[in-house]
Design a protein around this ligand. Structure first.
Ligand code: SF4
Ligand code: SF4
Length: 110
């Protein structure tokens, strides 16, 4: 399951550099995937939509592995001062799927 950031986010920026998958972006900025740049309104390669935020930091679900393959705990959850990084029930994946996603990202680039 990917994580998402709720509107409780205070835009402190602490999570972005901690994400091993470069899945977190500042609100209103474009996101990258495998060397390409995308913006508001663009769907992720999986077809996921609705994750972009103009106002708060946001997570690109195709790039979030819940930190599987890197850390025991989700790093965004660890550093967030207001506990607004939560599991996204719209993007449910088991551990095997998350590790497969990590390997896929290793191959195509984040
Ligand atoms: Fe990035 Fe890990 Fe947070 Fe997912 S759970 S957004 S991979 S820091
Ligand atoms: Fe927002 Fe939490 Fe990330 Fe800070 S650490 S930018 S409050 S999600």
């Amino acid at each position: 399951m990917a994580y998402k950031i709720t509107e409780e986010c205070i835009n402190c920026g602490a999570c972005e550099p901690e994400c091993p998958n470069n899945a977190i972006y500042e609100g209103g900025t474009n996101w990258e995937f495998s060397g390409n740049s995308y913006g508001e309104g663009d769907a992720a390669p999986s077809g996921a939509t609705g994750f972009y935020s103009s106002d708060y930091f946001y997570v690109v679900p195709d790039k979030c592995t819940e930190c599987e393959g890197f850390h025991d705990e989700p790093q965004c959850v660890e550093v967030c001062p207001v506990e607004c990084c939560v599991k996204d029930p719209n993007h449910e994946e088991d551990k095997d799927a998350l590790l497969a996603k990590k390997e896929h990202l290793d191959g195509i680039g984040r």
